[in-house]
Design a protein around this ligand. Structure first.
Ligand code: MN
Ligand code: MN
Length: 304
């Protein structure tokens, strides 16, 4: 692999992680709103202004980005994939009194805290999107190896969510990120969504019904509908967050995939200016380090 390819991979990886944070910061404003309420308040919500039910500052992020950063730092500090360290960092994050935490996430972290369990049992109510929102660092840490992607994905997901639809959704996001970071186009990404729909037909997203809830099926149908009916990063994210519902998380997941697909140059400047400085700097520093731990990398550089 030559150095231009390496630069592209680094750049698209940064765009994925920054895209996640931008989607979170943008979508937090319209989380739990109905599309009609959003229209009457903003006409179109397309600026990072904070507010929302959490009352955040403009550019502040929520649990989606925070848990992704906690996972990334856990692995970087351990020097290799380490599920226990990830669980410990999730505990520390929960104890830091985050601005928001999902019920299933809280239950998973509490269970680990009380009896050291690293895998929640199957639960039919665990089909939320809380494991899927953490997929960006997982995809970067396993970049170049689909078996490792699968192992890391299921391990980190089952810390909090253990459900076949969450598992399948997380894996699909991971595969789309691997492909997009490698330079795949929208048609290749669409084929990966078709694979998911063949396995689990409820993810079908033609005839999108407008439901944008935290249920992983609604979340991914929303993300895929806007990803494949828009032409750039900004248009995709604006479409997603104006659907309301779990808008920060649909925004975060759309942001990571669209960021990797369209690249760093597509991230709107006026949004990047608003994004919390500490978060932005942290993401820019850790993204190349996550790739260094990926199997596609060896001591002398990228393997070909
Ligand atoms: Mn959130
Ligand atoms: Mn959310």
């Amino acid at each position: 692999m030559n150095s231009t390819d390496q630069q592209m991979i680094h750049s698209r990886s940064r765009a994925a992680f920054l895209g996640l944070a931008l989607g979170d910061a943008l979508g937090a404003t319209t989380e739990f709103m109905l599309p009609a309420e959003i229209r009457s308040s903003y006409q179109i919500h397309n600026r990072i202004i904070g507010g929302g039910w959490l009352g955040i500052k403009a550019g502040q992020v929520t649990d989606d980005t925070e848990m992704s950063l906690a996972l990334a730092h856990a692995v970087l500090d351990a020097g290799a994939w380490n599920l226990q360290q990830i669980a410990d960092y999730f505990v520390a994050w929960m104890r830091s009194k985050p601005i928001d935490i999902g019920a299933t996430v809280r239950k998973g972290i509490r269970t680990y805290l009380h009896n050291g369990t690293l895998e929640m049992p199957f639960n039919e109510w665990d089909a939320g999107n809380g494991a899927a929102m953490r997929m960006c660092p997982v995809a970067l840490l396993s970049y170049g190896n689909s078996e490792l992607l699968k192992r890391y994905t299921l391990e980190q997901a089952h810390l909090t969510h253990h459900h076949p639809l969450s598992d399948a959704g997380c894996l699909c996001i991971g595969k789309m990120l691997h492909a997009a970071v490698a330079g795949a186009d929208r048609f290749a990404l669409h084929e990966l969504t078709r694979e998911l729909v063949r396995q689990h037909p409820n993810f079908r997203f033609n005839n999108y019904n407008g439901q944008a809830s935290g249920y992983i099926v609604d979340t991914l149908r929303t993300v895929f509908h806007f990803l494949f009916t828009t032409a750039d990063f900004e248009e995709c994210l604006v479409g997603v967050v104006n659907q309301g519902g779990d808008a920060d998380t649909t925004g975060a997941i759309a942001g990571m995939i669209a960021g990797a697909l369209y690249g760093e140059g597509s991230l709107p400047r006026h949004w990047m200016k608003k994004l919390n400085r500490t978060v932005r700097t942290d993401i820019e520093l850790i993204t190349p380090r996550l790739l260094t731990l990926a199997p596609a990398f060896d001591q002398t550089g990228w393997s070909s």
